[in-house]
Design a protein around this ligand. Structure first.
Ligand SMILES: *Cc1c(COP(=O)(O)O)cnc(C)c1O
Length: 389
Protein backbone atom coordinates (compact mmCIF):
# COMPACT_ATOMS: atom_id res chain seq x y z
CA UNK A 1 0.00 0.00 0.00
CA UNK A 2 3.03 2.20 -0.60
CA UNK A 3 1.18 4.49 -3.00
CA UNK A 4 -1.44 5.45 -0.39
CA UNK A 5 -1.48 8.78 1.44
CA UNK A 6 -0.24 9.17 5.02
CA UNK A 7 -3.79 9.30 6.46
CA UNK A 8 -4.68 6.01 4.75
CA UNK A 9 -1.49 4.25 5.80
CA UNK A 10 -2.05 5.42 9.38
CA UNK A 11 -5.43 3.66 9.44
CA UNK A 12 -4.87 0.66 7.17
CA UNK A 13 -1.23 -0.44 7.22
CA UNK A 14 0.47 -2.90 9.54
CA UNK A 15 -2.21 -5.34 10.64
CA UNK A 16 -3.48 -8.62 9.24
CA UNK A 17 -6.57 -9.88 11.14
CA UNK A 18 -6.69 -13.44 12.51
CA UNK A 19 -9.13 -16.13 11.38
CA UNK A 20 -11.69 -14.55 13.74
CA UNK A 21 -11.80 -11.62 11.30
CA UNK A 22 -11.79 -9.03 14.07
CA UNK A 23 -12.14 -5.51 12.69
CA UNK A 24 -10.12 -3.74 15.39
CA UNK A 25 -6.64 -5.03 16.17
CA UNK A 26 -6.36 -7.87 18.71
CA UNK A 27 -4.08 -7.62 21.75
CA UNK A 28 -1.94 -10.76 22.01
CA UNK A 29 -1.39 -10.87 25.77
CA UNK A 30 0.78 -13.95 25.80
CA UNK A 31 4.37 -14.46 26.84
CA UNK A 32 4.96 -17.48 24.59
CA UNK A 33 3.62 -19.31 21.54
CA UNK A 34 3.14 -23.07 21.04
CA UNK A 35 4.38 -25.21 18.15
CA UNK A 36 2.55 -27.93 16.21
CA UNK A 37 5.47 -30.29 16.57
CA UNK A 38 9.08 -30.61 17.62
CA UNK A 39 9.99 -30.19 13.96
CA UNK A 40 8.17 -26.86 13.78
CA UNK A 41 9.89 -25.71 16.97
CA UNK A 42 13.23 -26.60 15.43
CA UNK A 43 12.40 -24.62 12.30
CA UNK A 44 11.25 -21.58 14.32
CA UNK A 45 14.49 -21.51 16.28
CA UNK A 46 16.60 -21.89 13.14
CA UNK A 47 14.55 -19.06 11.54
CA UNK A 48 13.56 -21.32 8.63
CA UNK A 49 9.95 -20.76 9.79
CA UNK A 50 9.53 -17.06 10.69
CA UNK A 51 6.65 -17.46 13.25
CA UNK A 52 6.53 -16.31 16.86
CA UNK A 53 8.39 -18.01 19.71
CA UNK A 54 8.33 -15.72 22.74
CA UNK A 55 7.11 -12.14 23.24
CA UNK A 56 10.54 -10.82 24.17
CA UNK A 57 11.48 -11.70 20.54
CA UNK A 58 8.31 -10.93 18.57
CA UNK A 59 4.59 -10.48 19.24
CA UNK A 60 1.85 -9.90 16.64
CA UNK A 61 0.46 -6.72 18.27
CA UNK A 62 3.94 -5.28 18.66
CA UNK A 63 4.71 -6.19 15.05
CA UNK A 64 1.55 -4.41 13.87
CA UNK A 65 2.76 -1.23 15.58
CA UNK A 66 6.25 -1.63 14.10
CA UNK A 67 4.91 -2.11 10.57
CA UNK A 68 2.50 0.82 10.75
CA UNK A 69 5.18 3.17 12.11
CA UNK A 70 7.71 1.96 9.49
CA UNK A 71 5.15 2.68 6.78
CA UNK A 72 4.58 6.22 8.12
CA UNK A 73 8.31 6.99 8.48
CA UNK A 74 9.03 5.53 5.05
CA UNK A 75 11.59 3.17 6.53
CA UNK A 76 12.46 -0.43 5.72
CA UNK A 77 12.29 -1.79 9.25
CA UNK A 78 11.34 -0.93 12.82
CA UNK A 79 11.83 -2.39 16.28
CA UNK A 80 9.62 -1.32 19.18
CA UNK A 81 10.96 -0.83 22.71
CA UNK A 82 9.51 -0.39 26.20
CA UNK A 83 10.23 3.38 26.25
CA UNK A 84 11.96 6.13 24.34
CA UNK A 85 15.05 5.84 26.51
CA UNK A 86 15.20 2.10 25.83
CA UNK A 87 15.10 2.92 22.11
CA UNK A 88 18.04 5.33 22.43
CA UNK A 89 20.06 2.95 24.62
CA UNK A 90 19.40 -0.03 22.32
CA UNK A 91 20.52 2.03 19.31
CA UNK A 92 23.79 3.02 20.97
CA UNK A 93 24.63 -0.34 22.52
CA UNK A 94 23.86 -2.39 19.43
CA UNK A 95 25.63 -0.22 16.85
CA UNK A 96 28.67 1.05 18.80
CA UNK A 97 31.57 -0.65 20.52
CA UNK A 98 34.30 0.27 22.95
CA UNK A 99 36.71 2.78 21.39
CA UNK A 100 34.06 4.45 19.19
CA UNK A 101 33.27 8.15 19.24
CA UNK A 102 29.91 9.86 18.75
CA UNK A 103 29.03 13.47 18.09
CA UNK A 104 25.81 14.61 19.77
CA UNK A 105 23.74 17.76 19.91
CA UNK A 106 24.04 19.76 23.11
CA UNK A 107 20.29 20.46 22.98
CA UNK A 108 18.75 17.05 23.57
CA UNK A 109 16.22 15.58 25.97
CA UNK A 110 17.81 15.82 29.45
CA UNK A 111 17.79 12.09 30.19
CA UNK A 112 19.52 11.39 26.86
CA UNK A 113 22.44 13.56 27.98
CA UNK A 114 22.52 11.79 31.37
CA UNK A 115 22.48 8.42 29.59
CA UNK A 116 25.46 9.44 27.44
CA UNK A 117 27.47 11.06 30.23
CA UNK A 118 26.89 8.61 33.06
CA UNK A 119 26.22 5.23 31.41
CA UNK A 120 27.38 5.05 27.79
CA UNK A 121 30.67 6.77 28.65
CA UNK A 122 31.48 3.92 31.08
CA UNK A 123 31.87 1.61 28.09
CA UNK A 124 34.77 3.59 26.65
CA UNK A 125 32.58 5.34 24.10
CA UNK A 126 33.65 8.94 23.70
CA UNK A 127 31.10 11.75 23.28
CA UNK A 128 31.56 15.26 21.86
CA UNK A 129 28.78 17.84 22.08
CA UNK A 130 28.11 20.47 19.42
CA UNK A 131 25.61 23.26 18.77
CA UNK A 132 22.71 21.68 16.90
CA UNK A 133 22.37 24.10 14.00
CA UNK A 134 26.06 24.59 13.23
CA UNK A 135 27.08 22.15 10.45
CA UNK A 136 30.73 23.27 10.69
CA UNK A 137 30.73 22.28 14.38
CA UNK A 138 29.59 18.77 13.42
CA UNK A 139 32.15 18.57 10.65
CA UNK A 140 34.95 19.82 12.90
CA UNK A 141 34.19 17.24 15.59
CA UNK A 142 34.65 14.22 13.36
CA UNK A 143 37.53 11.93 14.34
CA UNK A 144 38.86 8.72 12.84
CA UNK A 145 36.71 6.67 15.23
CA UNK A 146 33.47 8.70 14.87
CA UNK A 147 30.64 6.24 14.24
CA UNK A 148 27.46 8.18 14.92
CA UNK A 149 25.74 11.59 14.87
CA UNK A 150 22.86 11.85 17.36
CA UNK A 151 20.40 14.75 17.59
CA UNK A 152 16.84 16.02 17.93
CA UNK A 153 15.51 18.62 15.53
CA UNK A 154 13.76 20.82 16.42
CA UNK A 155 15.19 20.99 19.93
CA UNK A 156 12.93 21.31 22.92
CA UNK A 157 12.08 23.85 24.33
CA UNK A 158 13.65 26.55 22.11
CA UNK A 159 13.10 25.07 18.64
CA UNK A 160 16.64 25.16 17.27
CA UNK A 161 16.82 23.34 13.93
CA UNK A 162 19.54 21.72 11.84
CA UNK A 163 19.38 21.15 8.08
CA UNK A 164 18.99 17.36 8.05
CA UNK A 165 19.77 17.01 4.36
CA UNK A 166 23.02 18.98 4.60
CA UNK A 167 24.17 17.19 7.73
CA UNK A 168 23.34 13.79 6.25
CA UNK A 169 25.81 14.51 3.44
CA UNK A 170 28.53 15.26 5.97
CA UNK A 171 27.72 12.01 7.79
CA UNK A 172 27.66 9.94 4.60
CA UNK A 173 30.97 11.24 3.32
CA UNK A 174 32.64 10.00 6.53
CA UNK A 175 30.70 6.75 6.83
CA UNK A 176 28.94 7.93 9.99
CA UNK A 177 25.51 6.64 11.04
CA UNK A 178 23.11 9.57 11.37
CA UNK A 179 20.40 9.14 14.03
CA UNK A 180 17.51 11.57 14.59
CA UNK A 181 15.16 11.49 17.59
CA UNK A 182 11.87 12.47 15.92
CA UNK A 183 9.60 12.38 18.99
CA UNK A 184 8.77 16.08 19.00
CA UNK A 185 7.41 16.24 15.44
CA UNK A 186 6.52 12.59 14.63
CA UNK A 187 6.30 11.30 11.04
CA UNK A 188 3.17 13.41 10.59
CA UNK A 189 5.35 16.55 10.44
CA UNK A 190 8.88 15.41 9.55
CA UNK A 191 10.47 12.43 7.78
CA UNK A 192 14.20 12.41 8.60
CA UNK A 193 14.82 9.26 6.50
CA UNK A 194 13.54 10.93 3.34
CA UNK A 195 15.97 13.80 4.13
CA UNK A 196 18.96 11.43 4.39
CA UNK A 197 19.06 10.22 8.02
CA UNK A 198 19.92 6.54 8.59
CA UNK A 199 18.08 6.01 11.86
CA UNK A 200 14.95 7.50 13.41
CA UNK A 201 14.30 7.10 17.14
CA UNK A 202 10.98 7.67 18.87
CA UNK A 203 9.58 8.12 22.29
CA UNK A 204 6.05 6.97 21.37
CA UNK A 205 5.13 8.01 24.91
CA UNK A 206 4.72 11.52 23.57
CA UNK A 207 2.60 12.41 20.52
CA UNK A 208 2.29 8.91 19.06
CA UNK A 209 0.23 7.78 22.03
CA UNK A 210 -0.68 11.42 22.43
CA UNK A 211 -2.96 10.82 25.37
CA UNK A 212 -0.52 10.28 28.22
CA UNK A 213 -1.40 6.63 28.83
CA UNK A 214 1.75 4.56 28.50
CA UNK A 215 5.48 4.42 27.74
CA UNK A 216 6.75 3.11 24.41
CA UNK A 217 9.59 3.65 21.98
CA UNK A 218 10.86 2.60 18.56
CA UNK A 219 13.95 2.58 16.34
CA UNK A 220 13.65 2.70 12.54
CA UNK A 221 16.07 2.27 9.68
CA UNK A 222 17.38 -0.21 7.13
CA UNK A 223 16.88 -3.93 7.72
CA UNK A 224 20.62 -4.30 8.28
CA UNK A 225 20.65 -1.71 11.07
CA UNK A 226 17.36 -2.75 12.68
CA UNK A 227 18.38 -6.43 12.75
CA UNK A 228 21.24 -5.44 15.04
CA UNK A 229 19.02 -3.28 17.26
CA UNK A 230 16.34 -5.99 17.40
CA UNK A 231 18.93 -8.57 18.35
CA UNK A 232 20.02 -6.32 21.26
CA UNK A 233 16.40 -5.78 22.39
CA UNK A 234 15.39 -9.45 22.27
CA UNK A 235 18.56 -10.45 24.13
CA UNK A 236 18.73 -7.71 26.76
CA UNK A 237 14.97 -7.39 27.35
CA UNK A 238 13.45 -3.89 26.81
CA UNK A 239 10.77 -5.28 24.48
CA UNK A 240 7.45 -3.43 24.19
CA UNK A 241 4.47 -5.04 25.93
CA UNK A 242 1.58 -6.13 23.69
CA UNK A 243 -0.85 -3.96 25.61
CA UNK A 244 1.24 -0.81 25.25
CA UNK A 245 1.86 -1.67 21.60
CA UNK A 246 -1.91 -1.72 21.06
CA UNK A 247 -2.28 1.70 22.75
CA UNK A 248 0.34 3.35 20.53
CA UNK A 249 -0.90 1.46 17.45
CA UNK A 250 -4.33 3.03 17.92
CA UNK A 251 -2.62 6.36 18.61
CA UNK A 252 -0.99 6.27 15.17
CA UNK A 253 -4.42 6.11 13.49
CA UNK A 254 -5.27 9.66 14.57
CA UNK A 255 -1.73 11.06 14.58
CA UNK A 256 -2.03 13.42 11.61
CA UNK A 257 -5.33 14.88 12.77
CA UNK A 258 -4.01 15.47 16.26
CA UNK A 259 -0.68 16.92 15.11
CA UNK A 260 -2.44 19.37 12.78
CA UNK A 261 -4.58 20.59 15.65
CA UNK A 262 -1.60 20.78 18.07
CA UNK A 263 0.09 23.01 15.44
CA UNK A 264 -2.99 25.21 14.96
CA UNK A 265 -3.44 25.72 18.69
CA UNK A 266 0.29 26.32 19.28
CA UNK A 267 0.42 28.99 16.58
CA UNK A 268 -2.60 30.80 18.04
CA UNK A 269 -1.05 30.77 21.51
CA UNK A 270 2.33 31.92 20.16
CA UNK A 271 0.80 34.84 18.22
CA UNK A 272 -1.21 35.88 21.26
CA UNK A 273 1.89 35.74 23.48
CA UNK A 274 3.94 37.72 20.97
CA UNK A 275 1.51 40.62 21.35
CA UNK A 276 1.38 40.46 25.15
CA UNK A 277 3.00 43.37 26.98
CA UNK A 278 4.32 41.14 29.82
CA UNK A 279 6.13 38.80 27.43
CA UNK A 280 9.75 39.47 26.51
CA UNK A 281 10.23 36.85 23.78
CA UNK A 282 8.37 33.93 22.23
CA UNK A 283 10.13 30.86 20.81
CA UNK A 284 7.90 29.11 18.28
CA UNK A 285 9.09 27.92 14.88
CA UNK A 286 5.80 28.95 13.26
CA UNK A 287 6.51 32.62 13.99
CA UNK A 288 8.44 34.55 11.36
CA UNK A 289 10.44 36.07 14.22
CA UNK A 290 12.06 32.68 14.95
CA UNK A 291 15.54 32.49 13.44
CA UNK A 292 14.95 28.97 12.08
CA UNK A 293 11.48 29.64 10.65
CA UNK A 294 12.55 29.33 7.00
CA UNK A 295 14.57 26.15 7.50
CA UNK A 296 11.73 24.59 9.50
CA UNK A 297 9.33 25.49 6.68
CA UNK A 298 11.62 23.73 4.22
CA UNK A 299 12.09 20.42 6.00
CA UNK A 300 8.98 20.13 8.21
CA UNK A 301 5.33 20.02 7.22
CA UNK A 302 4.29 21.71 10.47
CA UNK A 303 5.85 23.54 13.41
CA UNK A 304 4.73 21.29 16.26
CA UNK A 305 2.94 21.81 19.56
CA UNK A 306 5.61 23.25 21.85
CA UNK A 307 5.69 26.97 22.60
CA UNK A 308 8.20 28.59 24.94
CA UNK A 309 8.21 32.17 26.12
CA UNK A 310 10.18 34.48 28.38
CA UNK A 311 8.23 36.69 30.76
CA UNK A 312 9.23 40.11 32.04
CA UNK A 313 10.04 39.71 35.73
CA UNK A 314 12.29 36.66 35.93
CA UNK A 315 11.73 33.48 37.92
CA UNK A 316 9.23 35.07 40.32
CA UNK A 317 6.92 36.12 37.51
CA UNK A 318 7.39 32.81 35.68
CA UNK A 319 6.35 30.89 38.81
CA UNK A 320 3.37 33.23 39.24
CA UNK A 321 2.16 32.51 35.71
CA UNK A 322 2.49 28.74 36.26
CA UNK A 323 0.87 28.81 39.72
CA UNK A 324 -2.05 30.98 38.56
CA UNK A 325 -3.25 28.45 36.01
CA UNK A 326 -6.32 26.49 37.06
CA UNK A 327 -6.80 24.14 34.08
CA UNK A 328 -3.41 23.69 32.43
CA UNK A 329 -1.42 20.86 34.07
CA UNK A 330 1.85 21.67 35.84
CA UNK A 331 3.97 18.76 34.63
CA UNK A 332 7.20 18.27 32.73
CA UNK A 333 5.60 15.84 30.25
CA UNK A 334 4.68 16.87 26.70
CA UNK A 335 2.72 15.61 23.73
CA UNK A 336 -0.61 15.09 25.46
CA UNK A 337 -4.19 16.10 24.60
CA UNK A 338 -3.98 18.05 27.85
CA UNK A 339 -1.97 21.28 27.79
CA UNK A 340 1.03 21.17 30.14
CA UNK A 341 3.21 23.95 31.53
CA UNK A 342 6.66 23.84 33.10
CA UNK A 343 9.63 26.00 34.11
CA UNK A 344 12.58 24.32 32.31
CA UNK A 345 15.37 25.97 34.33
CA UNK A 346 14.15 24.40 37.61
CA UNK A 347 12.78 21.11 36.23
CA UNK A 348 13.79 19.52 32.90
CA UNK A 349 17.08 21.43 32.74
CA UNK A 350 17.78 21.82 36.48
CA UNK A 351 20.80 19.52 36.45
CA UNK A 352 22.69 21.84 34.08
CA UNK A 353 25.16 24.33 35.57
CA UNK A 354 24.42 28.04 35.08
CA UNK A 355 27.08 28.12 32.39
CA UNK A 356 25.55 25.16 30.53
CA UNK A 357 22.06 26.67 30.83
CA UNK A 358 23.37 29.85 29.27
CA UNK A 359 24.95 27.86 26.42
CA UNK A 360 21.64 26.21 25.53
CA UNK A 361 19.60 29.37 26.12
CA UNK A 362 17.56 28.33 29.16
CA UNK A 363 17.01 31.24 31.54
CA UNK A 364 14.87 31.75 34.65
CA UNK A 365 12.21 33.74 32.77
CA UNK A 366 11.47 30.88 30.41
CA UNK A 367 8.19 28.91 30.47
CA UNK A 368 7.45 25.94 28.24
CA UNK A 369 3.93 25.01 27.15
CA UNK A 370 3.05 21.77 25.38
CA UNK A 371 -0.17 22.93 23.75
CA UNK A 372 -2.93 20.32 23.93
CA UNK A 373 -6.22 19.84 22.15
CA UNK A 374 -8.56 21.79 24.45
CA UNK A 375 -10.05 24.96 22.97
CA UNK A 376 -7.02 27.20 22.67
CA UNK A 377 -9.14 30.16 23.82
CA UNK A 378 -9.52 28.45 27.20
CA UNK A 379 -5.78 27.71 27.33
CA UNK A 380 -4.98 31.36 26.57
CA UNK A 381 -7.43 32.58 29.23
CA UNK A 382 -5.83 30.25 31.79
CA UNK A 383 -2.26 31.35 31.03
CA UNK A 384 -3.35 34.98 31.06
CA UNK A 385 -4.46 34.71 34.72
CA UNK A 386 -0.96 35.16 36.09
CA UNK A 387 0.51 37.01 33.13
CA UNK A 388 -1.57 40.19 32.98
CA UNK A 389 -0.95 42.52 35.88
C1 LIG B 1 10.44 11.91 26.32
C2 LIG B 1 11.52 11.88 25.37
C3 LIG B 1 12.44 10.82 25.35
C4 LIG B 1 12.37 9.68 26.36
O1 LIG B 1 11.25 8.89 26.15
P1 LIG B 1 10.57 7.97 27.29
O2 LIG B 1 9.47 7.30 26.55
O3 LIG B 1 10.13 8.88 28.39
O4 LIG B 1 11.61 7.01 27.75
C5 LIG B 1 13.44 10.84 24.41
N1 LIG B 1 13.54 11.83 23.51
C6 LIG B 1 12.68 12.87 23.49
C7 LIG B 1 12.83 13.93 22.46
C8 LIG B 1 11.64 12.93 24.41
O5 LIG B 1 10.79 13.97 24.40
Amino acid sequence: MDENQFETKAIRDGYRSTQEQEHSEAIFLTSSFVFDSAEQAEKRFSKEDPGNIYSRFTNPTVEAFEKKLASLEGSQACVATSSGMAAIFATLMSLLKSGDHIVASRSMFGTTIVLLDSIVSKFNIEISYVNLGNIKDWQGSIKKNTKMFLLETPSNPLGEVVDIEKLSKVAKSSNILFAVDNAVLTPALQNPISLGADIVIHSATKYIDGQGRCLAGAVLGSEEVIDQVHSFVRTSGPSLSAFNAWVVLKGLETLRLRMNEHCNNALKLAVWLEHHSEVEKVHYLGLESHQSHELAKKQQSGFGGIVSFEVKGGKEKAFKVINSTEMVSITANLGDTKTTITHPASTTHSRLSDNEKQKVGINDSLIRVSVGLESVDDVIADINKGLSV
